[in-house]
Design a binder for this molecule. Structure first.
Ligand SMILES: [Zn+2]
Length: 83
Protein backbone atom coordinates (compact mmCIF):
# COMPACT_ATOMS: atom_id res chain seq x y z
CA UNK A 1 0.00 0.00 0.00
CA UNK A 2 2.85 2.41 0.74
CA UNK A 3 4.08 2.16 -2.86
CA UNK A 4 0.78 3.47 -4.22
CA UNK A 5 0.76 7.12 -5.30
CA UNK A 6 -0.29 9.41 -2.47
CA UNK A 7 0.34 6.86 0.30
CA UNK A 8 3.16 7.64 2.72
CA UNK A 9 4.12 6.03 6.03
CA UNK A 10 3.09 8.51 8.68
CA UNK A 11 4.71 6.83 11.68
CA UNK A 12 8.35 5.82 12.07
CA UNK A 13 7.08 2.64 13.78
CA UNK A 14 5.62 1.54 10.44
CA UNK A 15 9.00 1.86 8.75
CA UNK A 16 10.75 -0.03 11.56
CA UNK A 17 8.16 -2.84 11.31
CA UNK A 18 8.68 -3.10 7.54
CA UNK A 19 12.44 -2.96 7.94
CA UNK A 20 12.24 -6.01 10.21
CA UNK A 21 10.77 -7.96 7.28
CA UNK A 22 12.89 -6.68 4.38
CA UNK A 23 15.88 -4.38 4.16
CA UNK A 24 15.53 -0.87 2.81
CA UNK A 25 17.08 2.51 3.46
CA UNK A 26 14.70 4.80 5.35
CA UNK A 27 16.51 7.86 3.98
CA UNK A 28 15.85 6.67 0.42
CA UNK A 29 12.21 5.96 1.31
CA UNK A 30 11.89 9.49 2.69
CA UNK A 31 13.35 10.98 -0.48
CA UNK A 32 11.06 8.94 -2.73
CA UNK A 33 7.99 9.66 -0.61
CA UNK A 34 8.45 13.35 0.10
CA UNK A 35 10.86 14.92 -2.38
CA UNK A 36 10.02 16.05 -5.92
CA UNK A 37 10.97 13.60 -8.67
CA UNK A 38 14.03 15.61 -9.70
CA UNK A 39 15.49 14.99 -6.22
CA UNK A 40 14.84 11.22 -6.19
CA UNK A 41 17.90 9.01 -5.84
CA UNK A 42 18.71 6.67 -8.72
CA UNK A 43 17.33 3.26 -7.71
CA UNK A 44 17.19 0.11 -9.86
CA UNK A 45 13.59 -0.70 -10.71
CA UNK A 46 14.42 -4.40 -10.78
CA UNK A 47 16.07 -4.97 -7.41
CA UNK A 48 15.85 -1.64 -5.59
CA UNK A 49 19.62 -1.33 -5.23
CA UNK A 50 21.66 1.77 -5.89
CA UNK A 51 25.33 2.43 -6.27
CA UNK A 52 25.42 3.27 -2.53
CA UNK A 53 24.21 -0.15 -1.41
CA UNK A 54 26.60 -2.74 -0.16
CA UNK A 55 27.15 -5.34 -2.83
CA UNK A 56 25.81 -8.29 -0.78
CA UNK A 57 22.93 -8.93 -3.18
CA UNK A 58 25.09 -8.61 -6.27
CA UNK A 59 27.55 -11.35 -7.08
CA UNK A 60 29.01 -8.85 -9.50
CA UNK A 61 30.21 -5.29 -9.15
CA UNK A 62 27.24 -2.91 -9.05
CA UNK A 63 26.92 -0.79 -12.18
CA UNK A 64 24.14 0.91 -14.07
CA UNK A 65 22.99 -0.55 -17.37
CA UNK A 66 20.34 2.11 -18.02
CA UNK A 67 19.00 5.04 -16.00
CA UNK A 68 16.53 2.65 -14.32
CA UNK A 69 18.24 -0.76 -14.30
CA UNK A 70 21.46 -2.21 -12.94
CA UNK A 71 23.53 -4.61 -15.00
CA UNK A 72 22.40 -7.54 -12.85
CA UNK A 73 18.73 -6.93 -13.60
CA UNK A 74 19.40 -5.99 -17.20
CA UNK A 75 21.34 -9.19 -17.79
CA UNK A 76 24.33 -7.48 -19.34
CA UNK A 77 27.06 -10.12 -19.80
CA UNK A 78 30.13 -9.63 -17.62
CA UNK A 79 32.42 -9.33 -20.65
CA UNK A 80 30.46 -6.28 -21.85
CA UNK A 81 29.95 -4.88 -18.36
CA UNK A 82 33.59 -4.72 -17.31
CA UNK A 83 34.93 -2.87 -20.36
ZN1 LIG B 1 18.89 -4.23 -10.25
Amino acid sequence: MLEQPGNVARKIKTLYALQAVFPFDQAVYGQLAREPAEHHPQVCRGCGCSEWDKDDRHAIRFAWSTDHSCVRCDGTPAAERDQ
